[in-house]
Design a protein around this ligand. Sequence first.
Ligand code: GGG
Length: 347
Amino acid sequence: MLIALFPGDGIGPEVVTQARRVLDVVCGDALSYEEAPVGGAAYKAEGHPLPPATLDLAKRADAILFGAVGDPDCDALERHLRPEQAILGLRKELTLFANLRPAKLFPELADASALRPEVAKAIDLVIVRETNGDVYFGEKGMRTTPGGRRQGYDVMSYDEDEVARIARVGFETAKARRGKLCSVDKANVLETSQLWRDVVIEMSAEYPEIELSHMYVDNAAMQLVRNPGQFDVIVTGNLFGDILSDQASMCAGSIGMLPSATLDAEQKGLYEPIHGSAPDIAGQGKANPLATILSAAMMLRYSLGKAAEADRIEAAVAKALAAGHRTADLGGSVATAQMGDAVLAAL
Ligand code: GGG
């Protein structure tokens, strides 16, 4: 099985290196790897954040393990050349529309959560974020108003098929868990959200066993902090899911802990930590590699049919945390490679 390794920018290469070490021990020769540049690294090397050879490798591979993209050196570039376009381009080109972001507190990290320990320990949810539509992919630009003022615009749109396919992932994910689905929108203000809500309600007739609720995104942000234990699966759009999952990560201890899978209709997927490239700590050995190591475990489970190996990695991460290893984001001083060593020792 071929894995495309896309380390990307900033701390991406450091965290992907540790995930690769873990995969080598757990899967040995069962996996082979090809690496290619993405993001700012690809722009600097080849003049584009998603070069044709990188895209070709993504299409050929059985799964993609991705680090992070984002580079302040590229801030002044035209939008289509910015590092972030690599991840948006991969999602679009490979129709990776379902981004699963599980947020669960490892019990050892109750002290690291932004919430009181008794509230934090209840968090065990999955955010199902749509990643092929919404304001990220709508028409966008800068124009001048009749009054001569600069105006930026980004069009938010969803069609009913786009909503239906992600809603189905939400219902199916809830069915495989505790049977509760909360659809998050802003239907009191946005037409896209009204359509979203209508389509989710229509589909709910096929899932009478699922307890469906609806929540406005502002309320959802508040409820995630007030009582995260009420959520099982949240299904939401691209922008709302991006924001809510970062918030959920801090409830679960750190953004350095949250893995993700972004899947197409056949379970082919791109796996990445939800965190970005963190240029302020790049190259210093301070990054937490656990979100990427846990993303590798998701890759084994969802795309490669290796659930036992995934379980083994997740158990090793729990053991490393239980032994007291903490990177800086978790309030400790363990270096990136040392955290990798701790997981390897726990395997
Ligand atoms: N590993 C996640 C990452 O690199 N994030 C940067 C980014 O471009 N995020 C945009 C998004 O997730 O929609």
